[in-house]
Design a protein. Sequence first.
Length: 380
Amino acid sequence: MQTFTPGQDGYREEIAGFQTGIESTPKLVVAATSADDVAEAVRHAAAHDLPVAVQATGHGLRAPAEGVLISTKRLTGVEIDPAVGVARVEAGATWGAVIAAAAEHGLAPLSGSAPGVGVVGYTLGGGFSLLGRRYGLAADHVVSADAVTTDGTLERTTDLDAGVITALEFGLVPVTGLYGGGLYFDTPKLTEVLHAWRDWTADAPDTLTTSLALIPYPDLPMVPEPLRGKHIAHVRVAYLGADGPDLVAPLRALGPLVDTLDRLPFTESGSIAAEPPHPHAYLGDNRVVAQLPDATLDAIVEHVGPGASVPTVLIVDLLGGAYARATAPDFTPDSLYTIRALSVVDEAGPDAVRAAHDKLFVPLTATGRLRSFVYGQPVT
Ligand SMILES: Cc1cc2nc3c(=O)[nH]c(=O)nc-3n(C[C@H](O)[C@H](O)[C@H](O)COP(=O)(O)OP(=O)(O)OC[C@H]3O[C@@H](n4cnc5c(N)ncnc54)[C@H](O)[C@@H]3O)c2cc1C
């Protein structure tokens, strides 16, 4: 086991994660390479009356770590038992590794939009996957967790809040490919697409998981030319049925600027949302709602559309389907859509970002708020 203290070579590098907007200053960083290391770190923290924080990829950081930070990024083991369709992963595994290992056996995990996200942190928040309307929350597929409790004991449990998780076992699903990708629409079509997507989702089959993102693409060379500098409506599709082209025909008819929809192996599922993999500073919040009346769509365009005071990526996900039957502390069964806002924190500063998001969220009649999609700030 390696440890780092403030000022020591490697301390900052060990703490660096995907979210760069939170500056942790732990007294001790434990770079764990085994469950025993995790247990020792927890016992050390207890003996010195220090709080324990855990970090895998740093996608979900909400507060600075101050006491003992257990870094799990070296715990990357992934094993698949194809006979029972179960994956066993260590605490630092990311979805990309599980997707690749499961695919060798014709199986897939309930992974989300970005393959770089950590399995354990994701599952602790419920886990909203690309197959979620068909198979429900990732957390509902957990078989067992190995966890170090506050007294430093390692135990096998089904309670995901039992302590620091060192390994997770969960069920996989028999999926090898899907019909998926995105339709990207130019700025003048944004309002029309928002309404059309909402109407299209009204009778969607459970085999379809979809979201709509409004994205203010920066005018930078790393953004592909047709999208660069434009406020784009991006329809994301992950469909398990055979009639994909028929299903999406009403949206295609609206004339996308870019169309990436096709059959694809599940190993390429990260291309559906095509989220940027580069670390940055961001703040995000969300609400869950039972319906999307025109007034809500108008408010979305007004507060986070083109011309908004703070550039914001707005994502609306369709819930329902298997989510309506999920064990969900964060939303009621009648919840049908999430509304998520995410902004890069730059010159505008965090207060301006929060104020801009609140203009959209405060007037909404919400049926939930998903802790998974609260970024860079505490869930209050
Ligand atoms: C680009 C992006 C895409 C995303 N896409 C999705 C998506 O499609 N679906 C979805 O549901 N969520 C999604 N999320 C949210 C994501 O699931 C959460 O941010 C999650 O907390 C990230 O976990 P992590 O391990 O990668 O991050 P980390 O920041 O390393 O961990 C987040 C938190 O999880 C806890 N934690 C991590 N490991 C352990 C452990 N071993 N034991 C105990 N606690 C632990 C800690 O409290 C830690 O602060 C996305 C986030 C981003 C930034």
